[in-house]
Each structure stands twice: as structure tokens, then as C-alpha cells.
Design a protein around this ligand. Structure first.
Ligand code: SER
Length: 600
């Protein structure tokens, strides 16, 4: 079944069932401060679910262009990509769970639908939590259409409570999984919730939007229930075309052929195959973004595009792709595959924008690669077989000056048997971030407005929080700002995605454990150099580096930070630590608001 036919069958099925077909919205999210690019079908029509806007019809169907870049590092495997098409259908306050399940089953298993074998399908439902009950009603409807009990799985909130963002419409969902067979299995423990590739999630067959999420723990009832379904076309195509990978479907294959035309495909290493997929995915996404009016820049969606193009160029260089007219050849293929459905991609101006961005970046990249190669061979000689470390400061310097991404440097370093010192890289990155954050120094301004004893408890709690986030989420977490009042702390930090409820709970309980332990907060005068050597977290090297006396606050072996204070003397003075909000405040920056409550 060609992808054009899949689109066609999806749309016709829902139109036949009284849904109105609406066009795909532009990829750039309009009037939505919580979103840069449209990342699902429902994202483009959110106001219908809250009742703020009236839909043109209560039943809708569409195919929406989407971009998701949270998993950028995963792109390169056979299943991840940034741009995708989402097949979506909706009931806005019209039918509910029962008909949603019946329609889904008919489309999946009927001849005029996708004709999938029922025994290969599994469904998931929400298992319930403290705030929202288990969705047994939906389980019942699946049983009614003939899904056996053992093919109905109950999963927790992180899998089956669909939320569109930190706030907004949300609800329990029910998803369909397709068993692609033993051949894809990872072993004896393989089961339908496994991510190995055997059990392939093909359709979020219904988010039952019943709640308006106000915070992590507050869910208001929406005025009416809506149904939101969404299926990634590329995944469905892989299943229906019997392909191992989305990249082998008719949506990608002609692009892959162009990209690999000068290469010996049979002798590509796994890493090179990964590069091919990265180039294919990123350029396809770039074509669609530019078609929707995005141009490369250092801001917002322009920066997303720039990053995609730069990564694509880097991997083209790694693959030694003979460039010549590649962008033009890809353009012709894109027109063939997509222009019937998305006429906007047939704009020759797209090729010019890609070429210019490619050329501008290529010069810097090549200079950077030359510098890197020189450094790599120098370091190899200096190390003389004693160590295999490549200094992280150099890696950072090369990345920030020439734009050679860390991962590319790591790959090239491997050829020399070297490993980039990631810790040192992170530190250099952190210092740079802080220096370039304009007006950052003023963030401590707030502290001085209050008497030291008023804010000391929350100040100490901030150190505990910082250490806990790094322990639970990883050392990539860096402080990006903070503000304290006597009532609450606000802590901004670098992290690419939203925290799960479970992560938030883990952070809270780690901090509370340290509070209960009654640990002494030890103040120590030392030099900047010595403190950093001991592993203290330091911000603003500029601020400290001239002075040979800095203050470090240490809480057991858990937290060590350079800081002017004030702090409490013992963590047991803090009460009970509670996170009241977790949200995004910009690309890659999250914000936590937390309070200290009285112990009962
Ligand atoms: N909004 C849901 C999703 O993105 C269903 O469309 O999975």
C-alpha cells in the first residue's frame, strides 16, 4: 500500500463516517507560547478542545505536518525522524470512547481500511493514578470489538496519559501496537511494551480529552469530552509496506537513493548508515520548514532549522558526499513524493536557501575539522600512549568557534583512539553559557532585597535541588538562573524536555531525604582553582577568577557549590520540600518553582 493510498484510506474512512476534512496547518505554531513548531495534529486546533473556539464541524479529520526535535540525538536509528505526517481524527464534544474504539478497530482490520490481522494487534489503556482513574471503560469497548483480555495492556501516566504541554487539554489515551513478528524480537523477555522494534506503536487511537491540566497535580474537568487520534504516517507505512525501517518506505527511499548515489552502499559501516539517515531526515525536515516560511537564523524556529541543516552538512562531510547538485536532485524527489499533497514544497527558492546556508556553514566547518585533526594528532603525540583523553576545553572551543558538533568530534577522535573528556567539555560549556547570558549577574539582585535569615532556607534548598536534579537527570543539568523570595524558590536549568511525574517525585524525595538526615552546611574559604578541582559547581568564572578567596558551601558529599550565601547551618531547619511547578521557559531551559512547607 503506497503512502498516498494510506493517506487516502484514512481520510475517506473518516469522511464516510461524517468527519470534515481540514487542511494541514503551517508548521510554525501560531498564537501558542508553549510551542515553537506544531508537534501533533491536535496542537494546531487546541482552542476547540477548551471551548475557546468553535470548530467548523464536530467531527474532523486531517493530515498534519509535524516536527519534533526533542529526540534529535535518537535520529539516525531506523525509526526516529524529526519531520513526520500525523494522520488525525477528532470528535469535539460529539461521540465518545465507544464509537472511537469501534471506528479505530474497523479502520485497522477491514478490507477497505488497513486490513491488519487482528491477532497481531495489542492495545494499551491508562492504568490510573492518584488524580485520574483507570480507563476500564475503554478496556470494555476493546473487549466488545473482539480484542482478547491478554492483548489489553494497562500502562502508567507516562505512557498513557497524554498531555499537550505543561498545561492545557489532556486525558487518558489508548494506543494500538502491532506485532511485527519474532524476527524483530530482542529476546526471551521481549513483550508488547518493549521498544526493541518488534512491537511497533502504530496509532494513538484515542486521547480522551476530559481535563484541563493546570499543574503537575491539578486537573480541571473540561466542559465536554473530546476524542483526539493520531498516527504517524511513516510508521504505518513501514508496517503496511513490510519494511524494516521507516527510511525504507516510499516516503524516504527515493531521498536515500539520491543521498547515497555516489557511495558504495553495501560497504557502509553502521555509523555511516546512521549518517545517511540523519542527512535524509534533516534535509527532508528542512525542505518542509523552509516551504512553510522558516529561514535559518539564531532564533526560535529559525534556529531549529539552522541546527538541522548544520547537522546534515556535517554528516554529508563525514560521508564525503559528492555534493554537486544534491539539493536540486532532492528537490525533484520531494516534488514527486509530496507536492500532490503539499503544493508548497514545489518552491525552487527552497533549494537556494539550503545552498546558501550549506556554503556559509561549510567554510567554518572545514576550518574547524582541520583544526580538530591537527589537535587530535598533537594530543595523540603528547599523550604518547599514556592516556586516551582528548581535552574537553578544546572540543568546546572548536564547537563554539567553528560549529563542529561534539558528537562529530567524538566520532573523529575515535579514529585516533581518543575519547573526549565530556566532563571538562560540560564545564567549559557551562562557563560560556553563564558569561553569555546577558544581565545574568542581576539574578542575585533579588537575594539582597530580603534579610539573610528570611531566604537562607530556600537558598540551601536550591543547592539541594541543583544536586538532586544532576543526580536524577544527569550532569547535563546546569543552573541557568535563580530567584528567591522568602516564600518560594525559582530555579532555571538546562534540560531538553519536560520532567516526568516520576522524576519530579524522585527529586523531591531525594531532597527531603537530605533534609531529614540533618546534614551540616559547611562554609569553607578556598581558592577558585581549588574549589573547582574539588568538583564544586561554579557559575561565572569571571566573577570569581580574579579573587583567590571564594566561599564554598558543602552539604555532606552531596552538594558543593561556590556561593555567597546566606545558608542555614543544618538541613533539618528546612521543613518539607515541595515542587509546585515545572515548566519550559525557552528552548532547552526548564523552570522549577518550589516551596518549603512546615513539617506536621
Ligand atoms: N495528540 C495525540 C498524539 O500526539 C494523538 O493525536 O499522540
Amino acid at each position: 500500500m503506497t503512502s498516498a493510498e494510506i493517506r487516502q484510506r484514512f481520510i475517506s474512512f473518516f469522511v464516510k463516517n461524517d468527519h470534515l476534512e481540514i487542511p494541514s496547518a503551517n508548521l510554525v505554531a501560531r498564537d501558542d507560547p508553549s510551542l515553537l513548531l506544531v508537534n501533533s495534529g491536535m496542537a494546531a486546533i487546541k482552542p476547540y478542545f477548551t471551548g475557546e473556539e468553535k470548530p467548523p464541524h464536530k467531527r474532523l479529520v486531517d493530515i498534519q505536518k509535524c516536527v519534533r526535535t526533542e529526540d534529535l540525538e535518537e535520529v539516525g536509528d531506523p525509526h526516529h525522524h524529526t519531520f513526520f505526517e500525523m494522520l488525525g481524527s477528532w470528535s469535539i464534544g460529539d461521540y465518545g470512547k465507544k464509537l472511537a474504539v469501534e471506528l479505530a478497530w474497523e479502520l485497522l482490520t477491514s478490507d477497505e481500511g488497513f486490513n491488519l490481522e487482528a491477532p497481531k494487534l495489542y492495545v494499551t489503556i491508562f492504568a490510573g493514578n492518584d488524580y485520574i482513574p483507570a480507563d476500564e471503560e475503554t478496556a470494555g469497548y476493546w473487549r466488545n470489538v473482539g480484542v482478547p483480555d491478554e492483548h489489553i495492556l494497562r500502562l502508567p501516566a507516562e505512557d498513557n496519559l497524554w498531555v499537550s504541554g505543561p498545561t492545557g487539554p489532556c486525558g487518558p489515551c489508548t494506543e494500538v501496537i502491532y506485532d511485527r513478528g519474532e524476527k524483530y524480537s530482542c529476546g526471551i523477555d521481549c513483550n508488547p511494551t518493549c521498544n526493541c522494534g518488534r512491537f511497533y506503536e502504530i496509532w494513538n487511537a484515542g486521547v480522551f480529552m476530559q481535563y484541563d491540566r493546570k499543574s503537575e497535580t491539578e486537573f480541571d474537568k473540561l466542559p465536554f469530552l473530546s476524542v483526539d487520534t493520531g498516527a504517524g504516517l511513516e510508521r504505518l507505512a513501514a508496517v503496511l509496506q513490510g519494511k524494516d525501517s521507516n527510511y525504507e518506505t516510499d516516503l524516504f527511499a527515493p531521498l536515500v537513493t539520491e543521498i547515497t548515489s555516489g557511495l558504495n552502499v553495501d560497504s557502509l559501516t553502521p555509523r555511516q548508515k546512521q549518517s545517511v539517515r540523519i542527512v535524509t531526515d534533516h534535509l527532508r525536515a528542512a525542505f518542509f520548514l523552509i516551504a512553510d516560511g522558516v529561514t535559518p537564523s539564531n532564533k526560535q524556529e529559525g534556529y531549529v532549522l539552522r541546527r538541522l541543516i548544520r547537522r546534515a552538512v556535517t554528516h554529508q562531510v563525514l560521508l564525503k558526499i559528492e555534493h554537486k547538485d544534491l539539493y536540486f536532485r532532492l528537490f525533484k524527489q520531494i516534488i514527486d513524493i509530496y507536492s500532490d499533497f503539499y503544493p508548497e514544497v514545489a518552491n525552487p527558492g527552497i533549494v537556494d536557501i539550503l545552498k546558501i546556508e550549506h556554503q556559509n556553514f561549510l567554510k567554518a566547518l572545514q576550518r574547524g575539522l582541520n583544526v580538530l585533526n591537527r589537535e587530535l594528532s598533537e594530543v595523540t603525540q603528547e599523550n604518547a600512549g599514556k592516556t586516551n583523553i582528548f581535552p574537553g576545553e578544546i572540543a568546546f572551543e572548536i564547537e563554539s568557534t567553528y560549529g563542529v558538533p561534539l558528537e562529530t568530534q567524538e566520532e573523529l577522535a575515535e579514529n585516533y583512539g581518543l575519547e573526549v573528556d565530556e566532563k571538562a567539555y560540560q564545564k567549559a560549556y557551562e562557563e560560556h553559557q553563564e558569561l553569555s547570558r546577558k544581565g545574568a549577574a542581576s539574578k542575585f539582585g533579588k537575594v539582597q532585597e530580603y534579610a539573610p535569615e528570611e531566604i537562607a532556607p530556600l537558598h540551601t534548598a536550591t543547592h539541594l535541588l541543583h544536586a538532586a536534579l544532576r543526580e536524577i537527570l544527569g550532569v547535563q543539568v546546569k543552573q541557568a538562573g535563580q530567584s528567591l523570595t522568602p516564600e518560594r524558590l525559582r530555579f532555571d536549568f538546562t534540560f531538553e524536555r519536560k520532567l516526568t511525574r516520576e522524576e519530579i517525585e524522585k527529586v523531591e524525595s531525594l531532597v527531603n531525604g537530605k533534609i531529614k538526615a540533618g546534614l551540616a552546611v559547611i562554609k569553607k574559604e578556598t581558592t577558585f582553582h581549588q574549589a573547582v578541582k574539588e568538583g564544586a559547581l561554579a557559575l561565572f568564572r569571571e566573577k570569581y577568577k580574579e579573587v583567590d578567596k571564594v566561599t564554598m558551601y558543602q552539604i555532606d558529599s552531596f552538594s558543593k557549590e561556590l556561593c555567597g550565601g546566606p545558608h542555614v547551618e543544618d538541613t533539618s531547619e528546612l521543613g518539607c520540600f515541595k515542587i509546585v511547578k515545572e515548566e519550559s521557559v525557552g528552548k532547552g531551559i526548564r523552570r522549577i518553582k518550589a516551596v518549603l512547607e512546615e513539617n506536621n
